[in-house]
Design a protein around this ligand. Structure first.
Ligand SMILES: C[S@@+](CC[C@H](N)C(=O)[O-])C[C@H]1O[C@@H](n2cnc3c(N)ncnc32)[C@H](O)[C@@H]1O
Length: 267
């Protein structure tokens, strides 16, 4: 059993790729949180870092590939994603020298070939985080840095609790515990420079706005065992009612528990 799920197996990578490919054209219009988190991650990069080659792991539409390309203008940049549709969107916008399809758990890159692995809000989709860390260790040059942001348990908790009240089924992607990030980073063979968790709360006027945004991001529920078929009107109304219990003056809250990690390969 993967560490990502308590029960129910792994997300199907082909489904993850297909879902993000479908979302490539709508993603940027709803990615305010993703922009903020990636910006925070950029700000956390060691000031002295001057990579000869960087990799944007799970580059999506390539917003941060372009930011990395500007910041490290003299370096060779590689943008990688599992979703071909995202790469088709990102490639013409530039920022990196290469845009390649690949999986963070099995990187199609040579050992000791990068000085920076940057990954913002992608690794929560990888069930085997220790494989990701192992690949980072393999691909980084001595002294190289892995900087990632990801999501942990507590993310979309309001939606999860509301579904729980309606039918007790899993309708929200499962997330690793922060303790698991700590344990896996500590035993990765990489030097852990920083690991912290920060809550971000978005507000929506109504439930439909939240579920519409998740769909536009390509981040709606892909867990195996999710209920198939159409969701009945009565169940939706029950869900709306359950979620209304969380309403705050700013609207319906949706909490994201964001994890930031900075690791370095020993020299
Ligand atoms: C929420 S988007 C983030 C995109 C970009 N980093 C940003 O911050 O805007 C997550 C991206 O991770 C990619 N992804 C998911 N699983 C992956 C994997 N195993 N290997 C590589 N990319 C993956 C998805 O296709 C998607 O483009």
């Amino acid at each position: 059993m993967s560490e990502l799920f308590q029960a129910g197996g792994l997300p199907d990578k082909r489904q993850v790729a297909a879902s993000f490919s479908r979302a490539a054209d709508s993603y940027d219009s709803v990615a305010a949180l993703q922009r903020k988190v990636g910006g925070e991650l950029l700000a956390r990069l060691p000031a002295s870092l001057a990579p000869r080659r960087w990799l944007d792991l799970g580059c999506g539409t390539g917003y941060f590939s372009r930011a990395l390309g500007q910041r490290f203008a003299a370096a060779d940049g590689v943008a990688l994603d599992i979703a071909e549709g995202m790469l088709r969107h990102a490639r013409p916008l530039g920022g990196a020298q290469q845009f390649i399809a690949g999986d963070a758990e099995r990187l199609p890159l040579r050992s000791a070939s990068c000085d920076l692995l940057f990954s913002s809000l992608a690794l929560q989709w990888c069930a085997d985080f220790s494989a990701v860390l192992g690949e980072a260790r393999r691909v980084l040059r001595p002294g190289g840095v892995l900087a990632f942001s990801s999501l942990c348990v507590g993310t979309l908790q309001e939606l999860r609790d509301s579904w729980q009240a309606v039918d007790g089924l899993v309708h929200v992607n499962r997330f690793r515990h922060f303790d698991d990030y700590q344990r896996l980073c500590a035993t990765s063979g990489l030097q852990l420079l920083a690991l912290e968790r920060q809550a971000e709360v978005l507000h929506f006027p109504d439930l439909r706005s939240l579920t519409h945004e998740l769909k536009a991001l390509g981040a709606h529920n892909l867990n195996p065992g999710r209920p198939g078929g159409l969701t009945g009107r009565a169940r939706i109304l029950a869900l709306v009612e359950a979620y209304e219990r969380f309403r705050q003056p700013l609207g319906l809250p949706a909490t994201y528990q964001v994890v930031y990690g900075i690791l370095r390969k020993e020299k």
